[in-house]
Design a protein around this ligand. Structure first.
Ligand code: XBP
Ligand code: MG
Length: 261
């Protein structure tokens, strides 16, 4: 257990999907649809339908929920769990190859902030529900071949039994980092992600995207359009619903947002 009680920011814990990159609509969704075709299924998750399904975190869990809700005739299939796992493996293969083609860029400010945190000696970690191969492929295709090694901890997928909004993945990452929640900040894009980090008592900053803009985000340190760039400022409000002044998120602003909470 960590005994350093100082309030200095020691680590930033990044969510992946929707936070590092807008992966859901044009990445995961088409990869699921391609896998369905490969399995001779006439299922198609359109943009709106996928938005609803995003309430369920985890690809395998999302497929199971879809079956329970819309295709109950599949519930009697022999070895349903294995079949879902195979279908999901095919989806992962398609998703990774999409990333390898460089189809999905990082969101504004993400690369800049990661580089600055490394320069400032602040640890960086990943806390995500998605499959580990997906994280590595996204980092390599956007930040370069070595970039997965920049992260002090990568917590992903089935490494914990309960996915977000349960706090398990954040507890796991904190334990690996040997840090306490108050020494960290999490960056998330969704209410499920916020609830997960908040349940682990980690102060959390939100950058919204098309699928999550309407969510309420009670308990977030601040809600931003994105992390911003010097030439492309974010728009945002603080926890107390004050307009957040500033242009882009850097180490100083992360520290002051935590101090103001
Ligand atoms: C988002 C998720 C994931 C992805 C799909 O994770 O819930 O399930 O939609 O990835 P996060 P898999 O926002 O925590 O990064 O199919 O590999 O589960
Ligand atoms: Mg997310």
């Amino acid at each position: 257990m960590n005994t350093d009680k100082s309030n200095k920011l020691r680590a930033v814990l990044f969510d992946v999907d929707g936070t590092l990159a807008d992966t859901e609509r044009d990445g995961h969704r088409p990869a699921f649809n391609t896998a369905f075709k490969a399995f001779n299924l006439d299922w198609n998750w359109d943009i709106d339908c996928y938005g609803e399904l995003l309430d369920i975190t985890g690809g395998k869990e999302r497929i199971r929920y879809f079956i329970e809700r819309y295709k109950p005739e599949f519930l009697t299939k022999a070895n349903l769990d294995n079949w879902i796992a195979d279908l999901h493996k095919t989806k992962t293969k398609h998703y990774v190859s999409l990333l390898e083609q460089g189809e999905i860029p990082l969101r504004p400010g993400v690369a800049r902030l990661i580089h600055q945190l490394r320069k400032d000696g602040i640890k960086i970690a990943i806390a995500t529900t998605t499959t580990p191969e997906n994280v590595t492929a996204l980092l390599k295709s956007t930040l370069g071949e070595d970039s997965p090694g920049w992260f002090d901890v990568i917590g992903a997928g089935d490494i914990v039994p309960k996915k977000k909004p349960a706090p398990d993945i954040y507890f796991w990452v904190l334990e690996q980092l040997e840090l306490s929640a108050h020494q960290c900040i999490a960056i998330e894009d969704s209410e499920n992600g916020l609830n997960s980090a908040h349940a682990a008592k980690i102060p959390t900053l939100i950058t919204v995207n098309g699928y999550t803009r309407q969510q309420t985000f009670t308990n977030a340190l601040a809600i931003l359009s994105d992390l911003g760039e010097p030439a492309q400022p974010f728009t945002g409000i603080t926890k107390n619903r004050n307009i957040l002044n500033g242009q882009y998120i850097d180490t100083n602003m992360l520290n002051s947002l935590r101090d103001d909470q």
